[in-house]
Design a protein around this ligand. Structure first.
Ligand code: GDP
Ligand code: MG
Length: 440
């Protein structure tokens, strides 16, 4: 729903030339509504809408990008910031085993995450051991043992009458003896936060001094997840969160609020019941997924890239100095080709003029043609195209080496001089822009 709410917003900007305070007011109301419906907390929504508005009004126009697309990009950037900006990697101990303590309410997926983490760490080349500290249900210990076996890592467990902090301490000792890199401690959860649970977690934490203390939260709980992370952080001190069940019918609010509300990053996300369904949390990707507009984002990025100021300035200097050569020609044609693949994207957006696949193939074939001819030129010929204009011998050689006809090479050379002339005209610099006739 979040995605469709955003779409309503973009659609209202079709046809406007520039983003203004007035014309973004209504789309911003749609965005606000979409976020609230996704269960993002009100203060977070307010701040978000404010910063998007500020940035949108001050935004520079980008050639080839419509204002609605520009707003998509701005919203994307702000979403990424909201979720913490950068990916927040797991921290590993500098010496000795890394201890990861997992906490969380009952049923959120802690025990599953233990096994998934072990699977993930094994892929990183680290040895791993699980420690069963949920002693209240014998079934919980068995569950961890079965999962441990599934992913091929040892599980340290003791009787249900041993204190969790003691089990945790013993587990770490055993791991040290066995030279194991990472220990993941599974703990008991309850339906609600209570003092007994917090006290037990504090004890375990004190006993093992974990490198990471991660709160596992269920994405389906929306803004409740952010509140939980805050509470656990205040009570026992945590280093981050793991968001599970993102594959479910979650409305996205949890992912958006946790960092902003609690100050703690989401480090990992779980998207299913399979062992390989755990991955690092990338704010960038999550924002893209929420917007569901990857195409528009890459369009704007491409346009920005193509128009990188330095490039433009350098090119301009080149043109002004009348030295525009085949190296520049290649660079410029590649730029145009980039814009070509951009128009491919434009074609995918409803309402945009369609570029036919045949046209794109044609353009790409042309570029290939030109590149092979330019590649067959000597460096001095690329820098001084006059050499090619003056010598039929040279043109013949280039044709032969690139497998093209002499006529095609001549055309390319002529094209370069035409471009020189046209660009000079364009720049209003009219000195000596004549097109030399090719000698034969
Ligand atoms: P714990 O009580 O916190 O240890 O939770 P469990 O690890 O026992 O998981 C509770 C239930 O949630 C199990 O049925 C898991 O298979 C399921 N589960 C855990 N993580 C995910 C997830 O990312 N996606 C889905 N769809 N189910 C999950
Ligand atoms: Mg469990």
């Amino acid at each position: 729903q979040l995605t469709s709410g955003f779409e309503t917003a973009w659609n209202k900007l079709r046809g406007v030339d520039v983003l203004t305070k007035e014309n973004i007011a209504e789309p911003m109301r749609d965005i606000r509504r979409a976020l609230l419906e996704a269960d993002v907390s009100l203060p977070v929504v307010r701040r978000f809408v404010q910063s998007v508005t500020d940035r949108a009004i001050g935004a520079d126009l980008i050639r080839g990008v419509r204002p609605d697309q520009q707003l998509v990009k701005i919203v994307h950037g702000e979403l990424v910031q909201l979720m913490g900006g950068e990916v927040s990697d797991l921290v590993f101990a500098k010496s000795g085993p890394t201890v990861i303590l997992l906490a969380g309410l009952q049923g959120v997926g802690k025990t599953t995450v233990c096994a998934k983490l072990a699977f993930y760490l094994k892929k990183l080349g680290k040895s791993c051991m699980l420690v069963a500290c949920d002693v209240y249900r014998p079934a919980a210990i068995d569950q961890l043992k079965i999962l441990g076996e599934q992913v091929g890592v040892p599980v340290h467990s003791e009787g249900t009458d041993v204190k969790p902090s003691q089990i945790a301490r013993n587990g770490v000792e055993e791991a040290k003896k066995k030279n194991i890199d990472v220990i993941v401690i599974d703990t008991a959860g309850r339906l609600q936060i209570d003092k007994a649970m917090m006290d037990e977690l504090k004890e375990v934490k004190q006993a093992v001094n974990p490198t990471e203390a991660l709160l596992v939260v269920d994405a389906m709980t929306g803004q409740e997840a952010a509140a939980l992370v805050t509470t656990f952080n205040i009570e026992i001190g945590i280093t981050g969160a793991i968001l599970t069940k993102l594959d479910g019918d979650s409305r996205g609010g949890a992912a958006l609020s946790v960092k902003e509300v609690s100050g703690k990053p989401i480090k990992l996300v779980g998207r299913g019941e399979r062992m390989d369904d755990l991955e690092l949390f990338y704010p960038e990707r999550m924002a893209g997924r929420i917007l569901g507009m990857g195409d528009v984002l890459s369009l704007v990025e491409k346009a920005e890239e193509v128009m990188k100021k330095e490039d433009a300035e350098e090119m301009q200097k080149k043109i002004m100095s009348a030295n525009f050569d085949f190296n520049d020609f290649l660079k410029q044609t590649r730029m145009v080709a980039k814009m070509g693949s951009m128009s491919k994207i434009l074609g995918m957006i409803p309402g945009m003029s369609k570029v036919t696949p045949a046209q794109i193939r044609e353009a790409e074939k042309n570029l290939e043609f030109m590149e092979s001819m330019i590649n067959a030129m000597y460096p001095e010929e690329r820098e001084k195209p006059e050499l090619l204009a003056e010598s039929r011998e040279r043109r013949r050689r280039v044709a032969k080496e690139s497998g093209k006809t002499e006529q095609q090479v001549s055309q390319l050379v002529a094209q370069l001089f035409e471009m020189r002339a046209r660009m000079k005209k364009l720049m209003g610099v009219m000195q000596g822009g004549s097109i030399p006739a090719l000698s034969d």
